[in-house]
Design a protein around this ligand. Structure first.
Ligand SMILES: Cc1ncc(COP(=O)(O)O)c(C=O)c1O
Length: 491
């Protein structure tokens, strides 16, 4: 099969064109049994391929026909030995990666600022996390990835770890020297699992950071839906065999996946792969050029600062993705949150994310001069508006990271323990049973199983006083914390 073919999408169309009389689910039966307003809006084309795994349409759980062909083409396009389609986002693919290498009690080396799906998988598998601090960028107030040096140190102390998980590139588009990290881990025969949620496109253009598969990683959970043109919730899990087994991965992804897999999502992965494989270079090139032009225009709007390739050159900032526009609004005297709200209300413009100092805007093949000019004009107007009406003037809050507390019991044991609620001021010394995070920089202060310390309680207080969102605990006023119950001796 060739990369310009789409076996799954084409197979679905051929099936739908036969117009079979359907006595199977979905019960809306090509839309005729559905709410008419929704049907009219979605359209009969989409509903005609909203099908499930009947005989001619293969089965994601045991692929041997059109899904297998589509996955094989994807593996070729991504340079993997095997590719698995995920209809449960990159979260589902990440959980599969962790559970494919970790059994109860196994160690896994992870950055402290991992996505919640990694922590979920650690709880499900019963693994013990060995945390590495990500590097913090004090100027931007964001965290980058982990360095090869930190991975080297972690593996020297924990050579029995079952995996090293790396976020590459980060949400902000920054990447570490992944090739070096892979080489260090492989010296210990430890597989490297990459959270590539923000990097599906990087594989298809040589100006972008190396993709996980190019860097020799063993698995990568890659959001095709985020930046690769497929529908929301559709991702891939790429595997290089050797240190991990594709068969094991198939078993685990199947255990975590619905039996009613959406063919709309699957078909959208098939066509996105075709477009990336056959036109990816030109499409990414166009997005990079547009982003570069926009970056220059934003940097002419004083006092905004849009990060460029000057960010490269530290141990944690080996390369970056120029299609990500990180715009620091700090010198305008407002927070990124205020900028996001202003742009929503006054310019009908939605950003990807905002934090204390920055907003993040992404440029993709879906953009053109018209959309990027709208962004530039909106930012100009925003600067004028805040020059007159001064924002909250955020102090240059020194973003630092909390100490990583001692893990007393595994996150899984903490999660399943009997718990009780105690006032926060009486919680020091107890073992926490919930998560507490602060954003930015998006690093957990506590995960279940860690011992609460006075220092980190102080850190929480400082963050609340600075107006930063402290998230996670059941009591969002943070007056109480859920901790593991202590049973007193019976007299
Ligand atoms: C770094 C990172 N990893 C994983 C995910 C999960 O991806 P998905 O939403 O496709 O499940 C996200 C989502 O935003 C993310 O930012």
């Amino acid at each position: 099969m060739q990369q310009n073919e789409t076996p799954l999408f084409t197979g679905l169309l051929e099936h739908a064109n036969k117009n079979p009389i359907q006595f199977h689910i979905p019960g809306h039966k090509k839309g005729t049994g559905m709410d008419p307003e929704f049907r009219a809006f979605i359209g009969d084309n989409a509903l005609s391929i909203d099908l499930i795994n009947i005989g001619p349409l293969d089965d994601l759980h045991h692929p041997h026909g059109m899904i297998k062909e589509a996955q094989d083409l994807a593996a070729e396009a991504f340079g993997a030995d095997a590719t698995f389609f995920s209809v449960q986002g990159t979260s589902g693919a990440i959980m599969t990666m962790v559970m494919a290498v970790c059994s109860p009690g196994d160690k896994i080396i992870v950055p402290r600022n991992v996505h919640k799906s990694v922590m979920s998988a650690i709880i499900f598998s019963g693994a013990t996390p060995v945390f590495i601090h990500p590097e913090i960028d004090p100027k931007l107030g964001i965290s980058h990835g982990i360095t090869p040096e930190a991975v080297s140190k972690a593996l020297a102390q924990h050579p029995d770890a079952k995996g090293v998980l790396v976020i590459n590139p980060t949400y902000f588009g920054i990447s570490a020297n992944l090739e070096e990290i892979v080489s260090i881990a492989h010296n210990y025969e430890v597989p490297v699992l990459v959270d590539e949620a923000h990097g599906v496109h990087i594989h298809f253009h040589d100006r972008l950071p190396l993709s996980a598969m190019q860097a020799g990683a063993d698995m990568a959970a890659t959001s095709v839906h985020k930046l690769g043109g497929s529908m929301t919730q559709s991702s891939v899990l790429n595997v290089k065999e050797g240190l991990v087994s594709a068969k094991r991965v198939q078993t685990i992804i199947s255990m975590l996946t619905t039996t009613s897999t959406s063919y709309l999502l699957l078909a959208s992965l098939d066509v996105a792969r075709k477009r990336l494989a056959t036109e990816g270079y030109e499409l990414v090139e166009q997005a990079v050029r547009l982003a570069e032009k926009t970056r220059n225009q934003i940097n002419n709007i004083s006092p905004l600062y849009c990060v460029g390739d000057e960010i490269i050159g530290t141990n944690a900032t080996y390369d970056y993705d120029p299609t990500k526009l990180i715009v620091s609004v700090h010198d305008l005297g407002i927070t990124g949150y205020e900028a996001e709200i202003w742009l929503r209300k006054e310019a009908n413009l939605e950003v990807e994310l905002s934090d204390l100092y920055n907003i993040l805007c992404i440029v993709t093949p879906g953009d053109n001069e018209e959309t990027t000019s709208a962004l530039v004009y909106a930012l100009k107007d925003m600067v004028e508006a805040f020059r007159e009406a001064v924002g909250s003037n955020p102090k240059l809050f020194a973003v630092h990271v909390p100490d990583i507390p001692v893990l007393a019991v595994s996150p899984r044991d903490a999660f399943y323990s009997d718990t009780e609620i105690v006032p926060i001021e009486e919680s020091a010394g107890r073992v926490i049973a919930e998560f507490i995070m602060v954003y930015p920089p998006g690093i957990p202060i506590y995960i279940p199983g860690e011992i609460i310390t006075e220092e980190n309680l102080q850190y929480i207080e400082e963050n609340i006083e600075a107006g930063l969102p402290v998230q996670g605990p059941e009591d969002d006023e943070l007056k109480t914390l859920r901790v593991i119950k202590e049973y007193k001796a019976i007299k």
